[in-house]
Ligand binder design. Structure first.
Ligand code: NAD
Length: 250
């Protein structure tokens, strides 16, 4: 394992442009369950039902009920994995993060270029006039919440059955083509089109490195290495190794 971390740190030093692709596992150590966690939040609120766009149009209070419960039950802060990715950016190694997560934790940790592939649950928008609201400022006593213009508010996240926002898709695709190394962290790589980004990176000649406690469909085919383990342990380990190799102590 130590050898592998050193190898990956050396690859990072060689690469001229680095992109990270993150998924739900990135935030698992912040207390946000992944879809695959047993006995968790998503067993009570099946995302296929509560986070499907058809449910939103037929019964908008349902997704809002889930969000209200989520806000009450899950108080998440960035974990050492998020902090390590923010540090990688500050150190000048990481260009951008493409995230499938909607929890805003990369932004909170300090990454400044986060491509929100599936939107962001910390914002909502009015489906009638297009005005944006910060989630914390919305009154959730009566659901669904409404805009001043009386239009229904929708969380600004991509629901199942909705397309990826055009700008996020274009930027993610460009970043995947341009990067020389892609760090793929905490994603099962089964949700498309996000899962195609490492394939694009590979096709354009980048090294692909996974960090995940379990192998994924990319392992052994697309990825050059997988470091088996948790994001909150492996990523700080990589940052420390980079500091050792470059003699940088901060
Ligand atoms: P997923 O639930 O399909 O897979 C999670 C992956 O994370 C698995 O491969 C698992 O082995 C790995 N994992 C678990 N704990 C980890 C840890 N500590 N460190 C590193 N990896 C860990 O998630 P997905 O691939 O992101 O796809 C599911 C969809 O659901 C995505 O759209 C995702 O954005 C969304 N989702 C988002 C959140 C969030 O915003 N935090 C939470 C749940 C689901």
């Amino acid at each position: 394992m130590e050898n592998l971390i050193t190898k990956v740190a050396q690859e990072i030093l060689k690469a001229k442009r680095i992109t990270a692709l993150t998924g739900a596992g990135m935030s698992a150590e912040s207390g946000i369950p992944t879809f695959r966690d047993k006995g968790g939040f998503w067993e009570k609120y099946d995302p296929n039902e509560y986070a499907h766009i058809n449910t939103f149009f037929t019964n908008p209070e349902k997704p809002w009920q889930m969000l209200k419960a989520f806000d009450k039950e899950v108080k998440a802060e960035p974990n050492p994995g998020h902090i390590a990715l923010a540090e990688l950016e500050k150190m000048g190694y990481l260009n951008e993060v493409i995230t499938q997560n909607v929890d805003n934790l990369h932004q909170q940790a300090g990454n400044t270029d986060v491509i929100e592939f599936h939107g962001n649950f910390r914002r909502a928008l009015c489906l009638t006039c297009g005005r944006y609201y910060e989630m914390g400022k919305i009154n959730l006593d009566v659901l669904p919440p409404r805009c001043e213009c009386k239009g229904v508010l929708k969380p600004d996240a991509v629901f199942f059955g909705e397309p990826i926002p055009e700008d996020a898709f274009r930027r993610a695709h460009e970043a995947s083509q341009k990067c020389k190394l892609m760090l793929v962290v905490g994603t099962s790589a089964v949700v498309y089109p996000a899962a195609s980004m490492p394939q694009v990176a590979k096709q354009y000649g980048a090294k692909v490195i996974e960090v995940n406690p379990e192998p994924t469909p990319l392992t052994g085919y697309i990825s050059d290495y997988i470091i088996i383990g948790k994001a909150g342990e492996i990523l700080p380990g990589i940052v420390n190794e980079l500091k050792k190799l470059t003699g940088c102590s901060t």
